[in-house]
Design a protein around this ligand. Structure first.
Ligand SMILES: [Zn+2]
Ligand SMILES: [Zn+2]
Length: 295
């Protein structure tokens, strides 16, 4: 089958019912990411951007693209990896992150939770049995992704959330009437407090499959196995149904989410009594310190 764009080369990927050759796919992908970055002003001259690497295909693709994007915009780019000590996973994910940043010549910050808290993720989970380990992991990662780059003078943190992640969160939150969370499910969440970094999601309009091919075609090192704690999500199946039935509807849905406004009032922040980071909790102790110190 020939490529839908150039009509010359043999097609190697099929996206939204159309077939593309490698080169046309790569160009299309980059054009798409660039459009989101420009439309929402994710990165501008003088920004200091920290990329959160997980070792997976999404954040690897993002770092590779942003490194290329430095030719167009003058900004600083470094990467961080949070070592959670998940057996047979974290070490390998770190190895891949090291390989990738070495290949691109980008500085890698390694944040070791054992050094920061004295505990591994599993040990934290053991003393917080009421919480699911994935929710604990989320709290720990969000904490360090905000604190570590901010303390080093960065003004933006970039995460590899993709279109499928966004749709899954959105539908789940929407059904739960969690409008507050959906209000922050945007390509950019601007800082509203000096202690809060601006969050950016450059891969907002790229799917799982597209990020996979982008990483593969550019020969990026990434971990293909899933975190041993990740479960099969039924929400993912629901999201997949959109494109199986109507190709392209996932992207259309995502673009609608970008434009939505839930008019949620910004919460009142206090500084955590233990660590000084921000919290909205009544007792003034942030969710990270609750995990670490209250058990
Ligand atoms: Zn082509
Ligand atoms: Zn705290």
């Amino acid at each position: 089958m020939k490529c839908y764009i150039c009509r010359r080369e043999e097609a190697v990927v099929r996206i939204e019912g159309k077939n593309y050759c490698k080169d046309c796919f790569l160009k299309l992908y980059e054009k798409r990411v660039e459009k989101v970055i420009k439309k929402w002003k994710l990165i501008e001259n003088g920004d200091r951007v920290m990329v959160a690497l997980s070792g997976g295909k999404d954040s690897a693709s993002m770092l590779y693209f942003l490194n290329k994007y430095k030719k167009a915009v003058d900004f600083e780019l470094e990467a961080m990896f949070i070592h959670l000590w998940i057996p047979e996973y974290s070490d390998l994910a770190l190895e891949k992150s090291k390989e990738l940043t070495k290949m691109l010549g980008i500085k890698l910050h390694i944040v070791d939770i054992k050094k920061g808290t004295g505990k591994t993720l599993i040990e934290i989970a053991r003393s917080n049995r009421r919480r699911a380990i994935c929710s604990i992991c989320g709290i720990v990662k969000r904490y360090y992704m905000n604190k570590h780059p901010r303390e080093r003078g960065f003004n933006k943190i970039a995460t590899g959330h993709n279109m499928d992640d966004i749709l899954e969160f959105f539908i789940k939150n929407f059904i739960d009437r969690n409008f507050e969370w959906n209000d922050k499910l945007k390509p950019i969440v601007p800082s509203t407090h000096p202690k809060l970094l601006t969050k950016i999601r450059p891969l907002y309009e790229c799917s799982n499959v597209e990020n996979y091919y982008y990483a593969k075609f550019n020969l990026l090192p990434f971990i293909e196995s899933k975190c041993p704690f990740s479960k099969i999500s039924k929400w993912k199946n629901i999201v997949e149904c959109f494109d199986t039935n109507i190709p392209g509807s996932k992207r259309q849905f995502t673009r609608t989410i970008e434009e939505l406004n839930f008019s949620v009032k910004e919460p009142e922040y206090k500084q955590c009594k233990i660590c000084g980071e921000l919290t909205t909790s009544k007792n003034g102790i942030c969710s990270f310190c609750k995990l670490i110190h209250e058990n």
